[in-house]
Design a protein around this ligand. Structure first.
Ligand code: PLP
Length: 452
């Protein structure tokens, strides 16, 4: 029998704090403050070991898009475990689940993308396309075209390449990052950095930083530009409408590959299968993860455009890259079952036409609050900017502190949200009901009333 069930919560916490090094944690603080032991989930709710119920407005970590407790996924996993728990995809072998999943993903991608490379995490997906981009240009006789331009305050994961592509200063400070060959330009964060410019002007100005950087480096040295369609971890930064068309124009003009990191935005969060469809982009690489399996098992990958895939498949020879669990059949079975739910329950359409617009209206209602500078959303991805003074856009002097205070009070009141500095972020399951949306919004409003 498994020995994970009968253990008092206090013992679980003690074992955890004595032996488990948590990701992105100050372990000393955690040991002093304690951990919450989560025990089960159902629909949009999770429960801790005291039986306290939380409305999970963050879908785990931007991933449990079909909600908790989906028996169909568990059954698919069980069946695949029994049939074939593992096989590699290295040596001219595949599995039915792996192949069917690759085909299924491409069926949502549009006509120009027909290949997927599987990884286990979003970070690995970003490492993967970075190497592919360099192999692509080297195969075409342009080995010097190897620099990648990324953005400040972006998040592309925690591997050495992922963290280097990301633009998080505190991550770069640990471990001598970024690695060579990766440079950063500004983010399209109008509220925080737009100054006197109108959003449309600012969007163009930030996009043109890409052009400036390409010209500074020389287009013959630049392999790719990478960005999240909407920066997630950095604060759900919704770019001004002028931003993406200009980025696409610049990439085409200088023959720079466009990589979109859709680890959060992929599989329906913005009300389209992918964020690049929402913004009308034609990417060469698309990193996918979280929503692919709704987090039920780890699986991720890179979707590759025909333009790049044709060179990789027909000219490049072997690609010396892969993971033991690339295309893991059990994870692939979980992803297939998850995608079936999205299709059968028309959840992407629901985000686009029904619950997304409802959420947008309710969420924007928060913008009349004295602490709220802006309340923005696309689909079921939302952020509230906390401010000291709406008129002047003056921010709190310790943005991280105010964000954590609001977040912690929301969680105490049973609604899980996330803070990124002075922005409060939500990304609820696609199955969320209207009354649950109302609960999220009213809890956040009550907490801001209390704190202001
Ligand atoms: N890219 C983006 C946009 C993300 O939001 C994340 C994780 O939040 C990652 C990459 C990293 O994914 P993983 O944690 O699966 O490595």
């Amino acid at each position: 029998m498994l020995d994970i069930t009968p253990m008092p919560a206090t013992d679980v916490a003690a074992a955890d704090l004595a032996h488990h090094l948590h990701p992105f944690a100050d372990m000393k603080e955690l040991v002093d403050g304690g951990v919450r032991v989560m025990t089960r989930g159902e629909g949009c709710y999770v429960y801790d070991s005291d039986g306290k119920r939380y409305l999970d407005a963050f879908a785990g970590l931007w991933c449990v898009n079909v909600g908790y407790g989906r028996r169909e996924i568990a059954d698919a996993v069980f069946a695949q475990m029994n049939a074939l728990p593992y096989y590699n995809t290295y040596f001219a072998t595949t599995t039915t689940a792996t192949a069917r999943l690759a085909e299924k993903i491409c069926s949502y991608a549009g006509p120009a993308i027909n290949r997927v490379f599987f990884t286990n995490s979003g970070s690995e997906a970003n490492d993967t396309w970075l190497r592919m981009a360099r192999v692509y240009w080297a195969t075409l006789g342009k080995s010097e075209k190897s620099v990648v331009i990324a953005r400040q305050n972006a998040y592309h994961g925690s591997t050495v390449a992922g963290a280097s592509l990301g633009g998080m200063k505190h991550m770069h400070e640990q471990g001598n990052l970024p690695i060579p060959g990766i440079v950063h330009i500004g983010q399209p964060y109008w509220y925080g950095e737009g100054g006197d410019l109108a959003p449309a002007e600012f969007g163009l100005a930030r996009a043109r930083e890409l052009e400036d950087k390409i010209l500074e480096l020389g287009p013959e040295r630049v392999a790719a530009f990478v960005a999240e369609p909407i920066q997630g971890v950095g604060g759900v930064i919704v770019p001004p409408e002028t931003y993406w068309p200009e980025i696409q124009r610049i990439c085409r003009k200088y023959d720079i590959l466009l990589a979109v990191d859709e680890v959060i935005t992929g599989f329906g969060r913005l009300g389209s299968w992918f964020g690049y469809q929402h913004y009308g982009l034609e990417p060469d690489f698309c990193a996918i993860a979280k929503g692919l399996s709704s987090g039920y098992l780890p699986i991720a990958g890179v979707m590759v455009s025909d333009r790049v895939a044709d060179v990789l498949v027909n000219q490049a020879g072997p690609f010396h890259h892969g993971f033991t669990y690339s295309g893991h059949p059990v994870a692939a079975a979980a992803a297939l079952a998850n995608l079936r739910i999205l299709e059968e329950e028309r959840l992407v359409e629901r985000v686009r036409d029904d619950i997304g617009p409802y959420f947008a209206q309710a969420w924007r209602g928060l913008s009349d609050h004295v602490m709220v500078g802006e309340a923005v959303s696309v689909g079921l991805l939302g952020a509230v900017q906390l401010v000291l003074d709406k008129a002047t856009r003056r921010r709190f002097s310790r943005p991280g502190d105010i964000g954590m205070v609001i977040r912690n009070f929301c969680i105490m009141r049973g609604v899980i949200v996330r803070a990124s500095a002075d922005r409060i972020l939500v990304s609820p399951p696609f199955t969320i009901s209207r009354s649950e949306v109302d609960d999220i919004v009213s809890t956040l409003r009550d907490v801001m009333d209390f704190v202001s």
